[in-house]
Design a binder for this molecule. Structure first.
Ligand SMILES: *Cc1c(COP(=O)(O)O)cnc(C)c1O
Length: 489
């Protein structure tokens, strides 16, 4: 299985190399042209989540040895998830919920970020190399990456989040992070500013300063192949669970709805489809930042609009990086046209696909979006009508799923975060404001009203010491990373 950039096919890498490098030198994303060769027959799905993981990883990361993959899978999923199924499928009314939030930080990012550090450290071992990870986060990636990379040998990590731009619980999750190889810093700016600052690092003087320390720079965000591959596993595993539950038989079609920001999660579903899972539709659910809904209905991707702050902040994004991979594959593996589109997006903020490509996209991808009003309404209905407590991202997805639901085909809604990560917004959507209450008062009230226990790690934040209160101007990001590397290595 070989990987190359979505923007040219000349630089060819093994999966180990692609995992370490993260992003191609031309700014493209790593893809393989051989997904169809990596088939998994749905009738053959059985056993545990880790069994499904073994099959997917050994097909797509086949230059890792069997022993390496086994030890990585054990470390990632052996005892870090609180649900025995790792990602259980449960009921939500007429539909199904794929619960992806039972990992150490209560967001679906854990599924991939428990595995990526393992894959990186195996690829590093014996090379004598050291890596500094720099990551910008809108809330969930940061904590999941800190937890995943904590004390992994040869790797350091620095996380930047927008000051005042994440939920109170999310901020505490990061500012209480322990570990000898971590650094956490707020930045004066929004998420896009933080993200741009981190991307610029890769072509800055800081890169040379790090090189003098023998350290190379990498990223943990969702463009890395080592994050994409672990997410494919739960699509197959959900299908397996529904077969075992008698909901469908091998070969029956299935629909998924995915709350989408950077298009990584839903792209993994598309990969599963190319690998033989009978996926009919993938519904791309967005919040008020509905660039993707527009694109999938008109064929015009236009990011020239203001970013709206919503109650589903992990989807507040206007440039969905992983869409580039879907375009590459669905356009028949055409790197030149992909490069042209991405150039247009960068220089003009907009590109258009022709009617033929749009029709091909629409065969698989449907779309829908909700504003905050509608999201709150969905949270309340899920509780009052179905007895399910869901977070704002899941609520956005559920509403889009309702619009595209076909009673003949099972619909699985991906549930990407614990409602307790957003306890204030979830509580207020159902019962209204509690004047003067802080995040923990909302957490208690939510538990008292629903009987649903908060995840232990979130409840414990109340008494954890704050270890990080660093804050920098955007311009200070490179120096912060260099200083962190000097301290860590
Ligand atoms: C990151 C995130 C998403 C969006 O996933 P993408 O892979 O970026 O599309 C949705 N919900 C939650 C809770 C997230 O943390």
């Amino acid at each position: 299985m070989l990987y190359h950039s979505t923007r040219n096919k000349n630089e060819v890498l093994s999966s180990r190399e692609a995992v370490l490098q993260g992003l191609a030198r031309d700014g493209g994303l790593f893809v393989t042209d051989d997904l169809e060769r990596a088939q998994i027959d749905p009738a053959s799905l059985k056993g545990s989540y880790m069994d499904t993981a073994r099959r997917v990883f050994s097909l797509l990361l086949n230059d890792y040895s069997k022993e390496e993959l086994e030890s990585a899978i054990q470390a990632a999923y052996g005892h870090t998830f609180s649900a025995p199924e790792v990602t259980p499928v449960t009921k939500l009314g007429k539909m199904h919920l794929l619960e992806l939030y039972h990992g150490p930080t209560s967001a679906f990012k854990d599924v991939a970020l428990s595995m990526l550090p393992q894959l990186m450290s195996k690829a590093l071992s014996g090379t004598g190399k050291k890596i500094m990870i720099a990551t910008a986060t809108s809330g969930d990636t940061g904590k999941a990456a800190l937890a995943g990379f904590k004390d992994v040998p040869g790797i350091g990590i620095s996380v930047f989040y927008p000051e005042g731009g994440v939920s109170a619980i999310q901020e505490l999750q990061m500012s209480t992070q322990e570990g000898k190889n971590v650094a956490v810093c707020a930045v004066k700016g929004n998420f896009d500013d933080a993200q741009t600052a981190v991307k610029k690092l890769f072509s800055s003087a800081a890169l040379e300063e790090l090189a003098r320390l023998g350290v190379s720079l990498s990223s943990a965000n969702s463009i890395n192949v080592g994050r994409l591959v672990p997410q494919i596993v739960y699509y197959f595993d959900a299908y397996k669970q529904l077969m075992e539950g008698g909901v469908l038989r091998a070969g029956d079609p299935i629909d998924f709805t995915v709350p989408t920001g950077n298009f990584g999660d839903v792209l993994a579903g598309y990969c599963a489809k190319r690998m033989g899972l009978p996926v009919r539709h993938l519904v791309v659910a967005s919040n008020a930042n509905n660039v993707l809904t527009d694109f999938l209905t008109t064929g015009v991707y236009d990011r020239r609009r203001d970013l709206v702050k919503t109650i589903s902040p992990s989807m507040d994004i206007l440039v969905s990086s992983n869409l580039e991979r879907a375009l590459y594959w669905i356009d028949g593996g055409n790197a030149e046209r992909t490069l042209e589109r991405m150039k247009a997006l960068q220089t003009d903020g907009v590109y258009r696909v022709d009617a033929e490509l749009l029709a091909k996209l629409q065969e698989t991808f449907l779309a829908g979006f909700s504003n905050d009003e509608e999201t709150r309404d969905a949270i309340r209905r899920a509780w009052e009508d179905e007895g399910r407590l869901i977070d704002p991202h899941t609520a956005v997805a559920w509403r889009a799923a309702e619009r595209h639901f076909d009673p003949k085909v099972p619909m699985v809604v991906l549930s990407t975060a614990s409602p307790y990560k957003f306890c204030r917004d979830v509580y207020e959507a159902i019962w209204g404001e509690i004047p003067g209450a802080d995040a923990f008062a909302y957490m208690d009230a939510l538990r008292d009203n629903t009987g649903v226990e908060p995840p232990k790690a979130l409840a414990e934040l109340r008494t954890k010491p704050v270890l990080w209160d660093d804050c920098t101007e955007i311009a200070g990001v490179p120096q912060y990373v260099v200083n962190a590397a000097k301290r860590i290595f």
